[in-house]
Design a protein around this ligand. Structure first.
Ligand SMILES: Cc1cc2nc3c(=O)[nH]c(=O)nc-3n(C[C@H](O)[C@H](O)[C@H](O)COP(=O)(O)OP(=O)(O)OC[C@H]3O[C@@H](n4cnc5c(N)ncnc54)[C@H](O)[C@@H]3O)c2cc1C
Length: 475
C-alpha cells in the first residue's frame, strides 16, 4: 500500500494522543515556558505621524518617518534625490536580518511590479523589481515559460530575492540571481542607470546580489526556460541509511533536499524530477499540521529523549509519503504559515555531508529543538557577493519558532559553520562583519569601493549594512 502524505499527518496527530497518555510522567518539564525573554507580539507602536514596520519573523522592527510607494521610476528618482535622511528599499520583508530596517524613509516598490516586456526570440522577460515571485511565475506561464528553479516560498519580490542570493536546490541549479541578464537602478544622486554585463561588467556582477546597498533596483531582465512539469516524491526514512547515500540521491534528481526532524533519527527527503505524466489531484498541503506534531512531542516529552524518539519512530510513517505531479511553479514553492527564525550557512559542497551530521547531532543535544533542519545543494555563479561564487555549496538551515530562543544559533552552530568555510545567507541570521566577509569573498573590498563611488554620503546605509561594511553609523 502506498503511504500518502495524509498518513504522515495522521501520524503526527497520533503523537499528540499518545503523548497525552504519558503526561503524568513529565513533572520537570511541566510549567516550562519556551517563550524567549524580550519577545514582543505584533508591530511596534509608531509615534504620531510615523509608520510602523516589522519583518515577517517579527525580529526586525522600525517606526520610519515615512513609508513611500513611488509609482514611477521618475518619482522614485526624485524621492531618493530629495529624501532628508537615509533611504532603505524593502521587498516583502522576508529577510531575517536588518538589511532593510530604517527609521527614516522606507521604500516599497509594489507599484513598480509586473511584466514590462517579453522577448519571444530569447525567452527573456523584463519585470518591475517589486514583482513577487509568484506573479513572475504566473506571467511567465502565460507565455509557456518558467523560472528554472524556485525557493521554498514565492512571496519574495524579485529585487529582495536577488539582493540576498535567494536560492532553491539542485546539484546543477544556481541561485535565482544567476538568471539576471540586466537591470535598471536608481543611484543615490537620482541617476537612472541601465546595466548589463556588456555595458558595465563590474556593476553587473556587483548588482546581481547587492544587499540593496548600491541603489534602488527598478526592473530586472531575466532568463526563463520552457515551462516544465515535475514529479515530487517525499520519503521518510531512517537518517543513518539516508545519509549513507546522500550524494547519490542528490545526483540522481533534478531538485534534491532533505529535512531532519530533531530527536527522531528520521529524515524526509524531497526530490523533484522532470516528467510528462499528467498532473495528479492536489491534496491541500499542510506542513503546519506536521510541525504541530513535532511541537507536541517536544512540549510533552522534551524531558525524556528516549521516549520522545521512540514514540516519534513508532508513530511517524516510513517510505514514500507523498507523490504529486504538477507544473514546476506549483510544486517548487509552498507556504509557511507558522512564523519562524532562521540561520542558514552555505558550506563548501564537499564539507556538506560531514557538517550536516554534526548539525543533526547538535540539534539532538537541545531538548527544546523541534523545528526541522533543511539541507540543500546550490550550483556556482559569478556574482561578487553570491555565497555560491567560485564553487558549489551545501546549505544547512536551522530554525526556531518566532517566539522562542535562537541565541544558541550563534553560540552552538555558527562557529562550526565558520570553521568549515561557510558563508551566511545574507537574508538570514549571522554575526559577521567586514573582516570576516573580506576573508570569505575575494571581491568584497571591490564591492565596498563601488558602493562608496555610487553612494558617497551613505544615503542607503543602515546599522546592519554599516556593520557588514565596517562603516561608522549615526542614525
Ligand atoms: C518563510 C521564508 C522562506 C524562505 N525560503 C527561502 C528559500 O527557500 N531560499 C532562500 O534562499 N531564502 C529563503 N528565504 C529568505 C528570503 O528569500 C530572502 O530573505 C529574501 O531576500 C526576501 O525577499 P523580500 O522580497 O522579502 O526582500 P526583503 O527581505 O524585504 O529585502 C531583502 C533585501 O533586498 C533589498 N531590496 C528590496 N527591494 C529592493 C529594491 N527595489 N532595490 C534594491 N534593493 C532592494 C532590501 O533592501 C534588502 O537588502 C525565506 C524567508 C522566509 C521568511
Amino acid at each position: 500500500m502506498e503511504i500518502t502524505r495524509r498518513h504522515l499527518l495522521i501520524g503526527a496527530a497520533g503523537v499528540g494522543v499518545t503523548v497525552g497518555a504519558v503526561g503524568a510522567l513529565k513533572l520537570h518539564w511541566d510549567g516550562k515556558s519556551f517563550v524567549r525573554d524580550g519577545y514582543i507580539e505584533g508591530a511596534p507602536a509608531a509615534p504620531p505621524g510615523e509608520s510602523s514596520w516589522m519583518n515577517w519573523a517579527g525580529i526586525e522592527r522600525a517606526t520610519p518617518k515615512q513609508i513611500a510607494f513611488p509609482d514611477s521610476v521618475e518619482t522614485l528618482a526624485d524621492m531618493i534625490k530629495t529624501a532628508p535622511g537615509r533611504v532603505r528599499p524593502v521587498g516583502s520583508g522576508h529577510s531575517f536580518t536588518g538589511l532593510a530596517t530604517t527609521e527614516d524613509t522606507l521604500l516599497m516598490l509594489s507599484s513598480l511590479a509586473g511584466l514590462i516586456a517579453y522577448d519571444e526570440a530569447t525567452g527573456e522577460a523584463q519585470f518591475g523589481a517589486g514583482t513577487p515571485l509568484f506573479q513572475v511565475s504566473e506571467e511567465l506561464a502565460a507565455y509557456g515559460r518558467a523560472f528554472d528553479n524556485q525557493p521554498d516560498i514565492d512571496s519574495q519580490t524579485l529585487a529582495g530575492a536577488f539582493a540576498t542570493a535567494t536560492h532553491g536546490t539542485g546539484n546543477d541549479l544556481p541561485a535565482l540571481h544567476d538568471n539576471v541578464t540586466g537591470f535598471q537602478m536608481v543611484t543615490a544622486d537620482g541617476t537612472i542607470r541601465d546595466v548589463t554585463r556588456a555595458s558595465d561588467p563590474d556593476l553587473f556582477e556587483a548588482g546581481k546580489v547587492s544587499l540593496g546597498a548600491l541603489g534602488v533596483m527598478t526592473a530586472f531582465t531575466i532568463r526563463s526556460v520552457p515551462a516544465y512539469r515535475l514529479k515530487r516524491t517525499v520519503t521518510v526514512e531512517d537518517s543513518k541509511a539516508f545519509l549513507s547515500r546522500l550524494e547519490q540521491t542528490a545526483a540522481a534528481h533534478r531538485n534534491f533536499e532533505f529535512y531532519y526532524f530533531p530527536h527522531t533519527g528520521l529524515v524526509a527527503s524531497i526530490v523533484h524530477d522532470l516528467t510528462d505524466d499528467p498532473p495528479t489531484e492536489d491534496e491541500a498541503t499542510d506542513d503546519d499540521e506536521f510541525l504541530q506534531g513535532l511541537k507536541a512531542l517536544r512540549d510533552q516529552l522534551g524531558w525524556a529523549p528516549f521516549l520522545r524518539r521512540t514514540i516519534a519512530r513508532s508513530e511517524f510513517p516510513r517510505g514514500v509519503v507523498e507523490q504529486r505531479v504538477n507544473e514546476s511553479r506549483v510544486l517548487l514553492s509552498t507556504v509557511r504559515p507558522t512564523r519562524f527564525i532562521e540561520m542558514e550557512y552555505h558550506l563548501p559542497r564537499e564539507r556538506g555531508p560531514e557538517m550536516v551530521e554534526r548539525v543533526m547531532r547538535k540539534l539532538d543535544q537541545r531538548s527544546d529543538a523541534y523545528f526541522p533542519m533543511e539541507y540543500r545543494h546550490i550550483a556556482p555563479d559569478t556574482a561578487w557577493l553570491s555565497p555560491f561564487n567560485a564553487g558549489p555549496r551545501a546549505s544547512i538551515a536551522i530554525h526556531a519558532a518566532a517566539d522562542e530562543r535562537y541565541d544558541y544559533f550563534f553560540s552552538d552552530f555558527e562557529p562550526m559553520y565558520r570553521e568549515a568555510g561557510g558563508r551566511p545567507h545574507w537574508g538570514k541570521l549571522h554575526s559577521l562583519g567586514r573582516a570576516e566577509l573580506t576573508e570569505l569573498y575575494p571581491e568584497f573590498e571591490r564591492f565596498l569601493e563601488l558602493r562608496k563611488q555610487l553612494d558617497p554620503s551613505g544615503k542607503f546605509l543602515n546599522a546592519h549594512l554599516a556593520k557588514l561594511f565596517g562603516e561608522s553609523f549615526d542614525a
